[in-house]
Write a protein of this length. Sequence first.
Lengths: 598, 598, 331, 331
Amino acid sequence: MLKPNDFVITVATANGSGSQSSNNILVRSLFRMGLPVGGKNLFPSNIQGLPTWFTMRVNGDGYTARKKFADIVVAMNPVTAVEDLKLVRPGGFVLLSSDIKIPEGASRTDVIVVPIPFREIVGPVSDSVKLRKLLMNMIYVGVLAELLKIPDEFMDETIQHQFGSKSSVIETNKKAIAAGRVYAQQNLAALNFPFRAEARLGQNKGKVLIDGNTASAMGLVFGGCTFVSWYPITPSSSVVEAFIEIADEFRVKDGKRDYAVVQAEDELAAIGMVVGAGWAGARAVTATSGPGVSLMAEAAGLAYYAEIPSVIWDVQRVGPSTGLPTRTMQGDLLAAYYLSHGDTKHVVLLPGSAQECFEFGQTALDLAEELQTLVIVLSDLDLGMNLHIAPKFAYPTKPIKRGKVLSKEQLEERGGFQRYKDVDGDGIGYRTITGMGHANGAYFTRGTGHDEAAGYSEKPDVYKNNVDRLSRKFLTAALKVPPPFIDQKQGNKVGLISYGSSSDAMTEARAMLKSHGLDTSHLVLRALPFTAHVEEFLKSHQRVYVVEQNRDGQLATIMRSELPQYWNKCFSVLHYDGLPLDAESVFDQVSGREKTWM
Amino acid sequence: MLKPNDFVITVATANGSGSQSSNNILVRSLFRMGLPVGGKNLFPSNIQGLPTWFTMRVNGDGYTARKKFADIVVAMNPVTAVEDLKLVRPGGFVLLSSDIKIPEGASRTDVIVVPIPFREIVGPVSDSVKLRKLLMNMIYVGVLAELLKIPDEFMDETIQHQFGSKSSVIETNKKAIAAGRVYAQQNLAALNFPFRAEARLGQNKGKVLIDGNTASAMGLVFGGCTFVSWYPITPSSSVVEAFIEIADEFRVKDGKRDYAVVQAEDELAAIGMVVGAGWAGARAVTATSGPGVSLMAEAAGLAYYAEIPSVIWDVQRVGPSTGLPTRTMQGDLLAAYYLSHGDTKHVVLLPGSAQECFEFGQTALDLAEELQTLVIVLSDLDLGMNLHIAPKFAYPTKPIKRGKVLSKEQLEERGGFQRYKDVDGDGIGYRTITGMGHANGAYFTRGTGHDEAAGYSEKPDVYKNNVDRLSRKFLTAALKVPPPFIDQKQGNKVGLISYGSSSDAMTEARAMLKSHGLDTSHLVLRALPFTAHVEEFLKSHQRVYVVEQNRDGQLATIMRSELPQYWNKCFSVLHYDGLPLDAESVFDQVSGREKTWM
Amino acid sequence: MDVKVNTPTPAVENKNRLGLAKADYIGSKSTLCVGCGHDSITGHIITAFYQSSVDPLNVTKLSGIGCSSKTPAYFLNKSHGFNTLHGRMAPVATGVHLANRKQILIGVSGDGDTASIGLGSFAHMLRRNVPIIYICENNGVYGLTKGQFSATAESGSKAKHGGVNPFHNIDLCSMAIDMGCEFVARSFSGDARQLVPLINLAIRHGGSAFIDVISPCITFANHEGSSRSFEAVKNHNVQLQELGFIQPQEEIKADYAEGSTQVVKLPDGSHFTLRKLLSSEHDVTRRDLAMIRLQESKAKGEFLTGLFYWNKDSKPLGDQMNLTDKPLSQL
Amino acid sequence: MDVKVNTPTPAVENKNRLGLAKADYIGSKSTLCVGCGHDSITGHIITAFYQSSVDPLNVTKLSGIGCSSKTPAYFLNKSHGFNTLHGRMAPVATGVHLANRKQILIGVSGDGDTASIGLGSFAHMLRRNVPIIYICENNGVYGLTKGQFSATAESGSKAKHGGVNPFHNIDLCSMAIDMGCEFVARSFSGDARQLVPLINLAIRHGGSAFIDVISPCITFANHEGSSRSFEAVKNHNVQLQELGFIQPQEEIKADYAEGSTQVVKLPDGSHFTLRKLLSSEHDVTRRDLAMIRLQESKAKGEFLTGLFYWNKDSKPLGDQMNLTDKPLSQL
Ligand SMILES: Cc1ncc(C[n+]2csc(CCOP(=O)(O)OP(=O)(O)O)c2C)c(N)n1
Ligand SMILES: Cc1ncc(C[n+]2csc(CCOP(=O)(O)OP(=O)(O)O)c2C)c(N)n1
Ligand code: SF4
Ligand code: SF4
Ligand SMILES: [Mg+2]
Ligand SMILES: [Mg+2]
């Protein structure tokens, strides 16, 4: 028997076959037991029929990143069964649907293959053929519950929560799970199944198991977002779908909404609407993914140059082009930072956890308004669509920051204003909003050359002064963006830098490195432009590994260009096959290179 | 009397007032005299009425870049006259339309202001009010011809060439010029005008005075371009307009065209058409400027990832956003190099002269087909729309390179093919073209994940292998792109790097530096990715100035990220006010900084 | 929608009911070519807003990119304005409206801006019924880029420097009707008598009010052979109705007894009048008839002008969405 | 245009005139949901190309992005294919055509792909008359992104998980007619008898041949309240004509003597037949009538299907441009 609460289960099924709710019940039951658990869905760009995998990882030490191999594979999909067999680590278990015949020679002797007659077990559970097909997935839940010793109470609570008032559905599902349990009791006792879930009551109190997109939506709803436009695209759609659901619950008074959501006709329109709404004073965001970011390039330049508060929430997927729409990558960093022609540079936020997805809802809108510019948030599919544990979100207490907006009274007091004048020396002018009601409040906004009073100008010095001010504003941005998280120890020679969804794997990789004798510092970057901390960190380490989920080392590229003096300390650790980052990949690359110094 | 052939004339008029053809006659007459001359049009983003300036520079040593100040200003525009006065250097001349009253105190004592009654002089030339308005501009041509001592023969030839068979037009214009001459003879002799044009017969033989856009169009026409799509945008429209004109002359047989030009509905469509045509085997290009490049970002990623030969000809203007549509800038380098989301990087060509605009027509198409990818050519408004001297273009003798395209027979011989297999180790696969007629020739192209046989795939290793091959292909590109021009002397400590339209000013700036004791080497970059020469150059100098016409030092940014080890040798010299680069700006910045070492 | 057409105040000479002079509705000096049709339209906009006593502080001006799109700088300089991107006025307007649906939006675009790069977004804005007075200053060419054909140029029209347009032209009015727009009209830049009443009416329309205004480009499309020269337009302009607008409290002077004139009373007490000019029966409240009228006139090679379709009770996007009364921008 | 419909060869059983079997026209296995309308259309495309004996080597397949746009991988796997970008099939097709105008282009798109992100380019492709068999597999939703409304969804239609579409729906057929398209038809994925003849005819059309095919999404739009469920479509499908296609050298079996059937002979010796089904008179050669038919049926809430408008002598873009006979790609 291994130590409890340390196992990875991968369930291989076909897309649209109904395994989603089974997997959900399983992973949420584990969560209810107080266990650190994560759930990752590896699905195809398809609606029905193609292979899909769901992986749950329970880890007593709290590591929930992807692992390269599973301890237990549930193989329900005949099409991929041979490949799925390879997913299990030596010594692991395969619960193989006995409908599946593994061809001679394709089986493995180093794992325990347990054929299970799911179809037969489900037989008595329901009369409906259609239902039985779905319930087959509950059978493996029952079998696993029994093998892992998950008490019924947690399963029941979860089912109750999942299906709510639909009591007949609850009963049928319970019945199927029970049938799985009974089968396991009667037939699998001899397995001496080594994995076990052991409840840690109360450990997940005050926490939620949530996907980053839902967290983002909550962050936007409670962060004062009043306008959302979008064009559906995986993996960002659920940000807006969740926004609608949550806002409909919390932000409708007397049947009236205090927010607007528009499904645009494309991404060019989606960003156009955000620019319009942001200009006219709404707190506006659009959610998209890589192809949408590319289509938003022209308007991004307008938002930069005409200084319009606006937010793009990019849930990254694998590019280039349409790429792998249902796989994860951190591939849009360069595109986002330099988005658009001409001299442009944008503020980029890099949430690294579900908690930060929530927080950055308000942060992004605040920064967009304070800096009067476009802010691009880079989440990704792994962070956005997979399940992560996060503290329950508190209603934000930070006051909403709307930046330098002049009211009628303030304008009166000042006796006028010049939209693009750098009154405060921070590169940020004062703006007014349509309908503010002062006869001198109007100004004319344009993406062409303009002077301090917002008048049209092609004059060389007027142009130059204006874009120099924008450079100053970018320096201001570096003082306002969220600083990195730094975990640093005096004497550590090696530092790691990562961002976004890499955090889970990083924590684990650092523990692995430490257990191999390499104590590392860690900087989790949370925004561009760089705050001063980044240089400090580079200064204080001899070697710094920049971990990214892309091919071209995009952050390292930006670091070299902005902090070139540290170039020879920096090494890229890259992972870019569309799967979430795993600790081993980081460990292997870092320790591999460290050997050359050891 | 100063030395002959060294003067700058700036003519200030209103847009659409007809000065264009006058200026043209003047500058082309000077060219016919065998003089090194350049002509630059500084015009507003407007069709009629706003101020516009045309500057001609004659320089015996061949320097034709912009100068900060003029020797002679012709002030025809009352609206800007006070400002125009400031354009002349101390000791210079202002030919001021006597219709214009300079307010008390706005005049200058350090220049010679010569009021000229253009309206009265033109009176006898024509009866038509409308015509007289236009011919006013010919009067100043006559006055200048007389003052500069431009013989009539050159003027007459130029007029003849300009107006061709329209003999009455020729006569009227000659009459106006003569009237100007007579006025000058009778009234301006006392001026002791110090500037003089002295013919250098035959020195411009075999040369043309041409704008880069026309040169580009010729390069494309003779470089085997078969498909052009475009959406009108300043300053790129004339590339296509010239293409149509030239191709209609040279590439129509029996009333049939061997090329197609489509005015698209927008830039998204323009690049879409190029991608379609390039995929189906045409040699295809689209011309645009910054806003268009931004709109093409998504398709650029497709061309990169699905490996489709295609060319974007970007004539850069001032950004960000709509910016200053009629001013020049090198602001799209970063946008072009990293265009699109995901891991993308594009081949970028940087023509530095009209001659190169011509050559790169074929080069760009060849590289696009050889490398099976998008090639972005970055010209700019100064290079593209202003007049430069270039050797007469010879019909290209380099064979057209179509890259690895399999014919029916070749396919038969090979017994099949795999579109994305790296058979030759250079990262470039073999392709077939629609209609090639072999039953095994078809394949399916997509911007989503694909394996070597072009089949759909989401497999992690398939994706990784594929994009790794694209990285290899980019290394191949570095071997194939035009290498830089290098003018280097052993022992020079200081190197200058520039690209594109900066060349003219660079040559002059180097001479200025040399005359101040600083002998510099010069690397003219002609493409991205960097060839090995760039590193060599950096290695062999102690300090390298990277001269660019943008705010953010975009080439320096890329250099730091790709050749970071030389970061502390590199210094940016920047010019970004929308005017063409002048030598003095380079000289000032370089010598200013060199002092810290001297 | 809560359209801010202000309640009347006693009339003062050369002042409107708000007490504002016409000069309070002007903008900066035009930089367009002398004689450009667009400048005339600017004048008509100023007149209509003055006549309707709209408070400029309640107006937001929008445009795309082009000569036409420059014009919002030339009227209502007390109103906020946004000269957006080429072809993107429609989505920007959508956001602007939803951020503050108390503002009256007036947008000026060109035929290149609307019918080429902006076609898709234009259509979708109409589907959503974003309340905006959308004026397309339609000259059949791209003025600002020097005279290339636009997609509304008649097939067979000649370009200034040779070249004949081979392509089917887009009729923005029939497209607008097809896309569900509930206020569709066409006029001519030179026709104040028709266009000013139309703008007055559009100011009071609940949803998208689309006015396609033929506006000759004097520089690039006023030559012989151009289907959009002043000459050509005058020769082919056929008016569907004679239109009139009577402001609240203004006296109804004409004698409409004969019955050929329809007088429509509007909620704010103003009146809109239509007198039939064409023999064919038309009913502006019927979308199908509007479409048929346009098909007929197209076949005849006419520029049919007038009000084609109008739904008095158009429901703007913000209402459809049940937004709070307070503008989102002020929350 | 030099449409490559091959000359007949003696008929062999289960082979067409090229001697190819139907299996020579298939593609890889579909990955769409079982029962998806799109898969039926794939079948009809295969049938028509087989029947018309088109050499797959002369065909180029195109699509945008969506479930529908995946289908070109499922037919004619001997033809080159290009699954382009979302909404950009039209411009890509324009380039593909001009590079080699000897190829027959077939493009499959969805209603999201065509009527939202691709609307502008779709319209402009039609204006240019790019020769392509353009099939829009129209299910009223974005299938691949899980069921959001598309712009063709009827206003009032219910989404699978609640939500009612408030917006005016785009009728791609009336838009196509308005944009100058010279082959405009609508059909239903389940109706082989109507759709196969239409595709056969489209193969022989000179310019853009647009077929809007109602194709229910079994997963996201087949519930009650959805205006595009199989049920709803069957209930509202009204056929304008009964259509038929007779291949060259095929015997004309039916007795068309009665006169209610129109038989149109095509240049390659094939025949297209139309038998009037509706009481209203219709003439497929008249664009205005086509528009009127659509307006009428829209008002009645019907899905009118059939061939609405057809110009036999449509001139494709490449011909309009006077291109050399040799494909540009081979120069
Ligand atoms: C994305 C983009 N593409 C191209 C242009 C260049 N451009 C400026 S105005 C214009 C067309 C204007 O035509 P129209 O809308 O008809 O206005 P007009 O000048 O005729 O009034 C174009 C193509 C641009 N500004 N932005
Ligand atoms: C630029 C871009 N935006 C969004 C998407 C996401 N996307 C993929 S398919 C699709 C809509 C498909 O709808 P439709 O064309 O109707 O095809 P269906 O799946 O219904 O057949 C969308 C929005 C994308 N691939 N590219
Ligand atoms: S170019 Fe044409 S559209 Fe533009 S301002 Fe001049 S006349 Fe008007
Ligand atoms: S989701 Fe709908 S459109 Fe897509 S494959 Fe399934 S049934 Fe067809
Ligand atoms: Mg126009
Ligand atoms: Mg669809």
